[in-house]
Write a protein that binds this ligand. Structure first.
Ligand code: FES
Length: 146
């Protein structure tokens, strides 16, 4: 278990690697529909999937930026996707998709979240991940943020 009080454990290298992988992987993000809630405007996110994208295979996942913060998108079937806020509800770590365990795991302190509904299955987090609708094909996935 990592010490979350050390800022060096909270971000940095991991986020850099995710961003770099996204750029190198040929991900193309586009903003589509615009929605709003409580006076804040959110834009849907579309991720195009090419042969080098982690989403090209079932079990792959990516973390993308959106107007609602970082979102983790995982491919659970040929044309089935799930999307949740990537920000751990404990202290803000960026969760990772564990396809074999059908869960999201926070690398900071080990919290685990059920991939089916975002519920906490292991603490220290005590609040579920926020879910988003994700609809896609083999070629792209759109996450409804608004
Ligand atoms: S930030 Fe502590 S478990 Fe995720």
């Amino acid at each position: 278990m990592k010490d979350c009080n050390k800022s060096s454990d909270c971000s940095g290298r991991r986020e850099f690697l995710v961003k770099t992988a996204g750029l190198a992987g040929g991900l193309v993000l586009t903003l589509s529909g615009i929605g709003s809630a409580f006076g804040v405007t959110f834009a849907d996110v579309t991720v195009n999937i090419d042969s080098s994208s982690p989403l090209n295979k079932v079990g792959g996942s990516v973390v993308v930026d959106s107007s609602a913060g970082k979102i983790v998108i995982a491919r659970t079937g040929e044309a089935a996707f799930i999307a949740y806020s990537a920000k751990c509800t404990h202290k803000g770590g960026i969760v990772e998709y564990d396809a074999a365990g059908k869960q999201f795991v926070c690398p900071k302190h080990g919290s685990k979240f059920d991939a089916a509904n975002g519920n906490v299955t292991d603490g220290p987090a005590d609040t579920k991940l926020t879910s988003f609708a994700a609809n896609g094909t083999a070629a792209s996935v759109t996450v409804t943020v608004g």
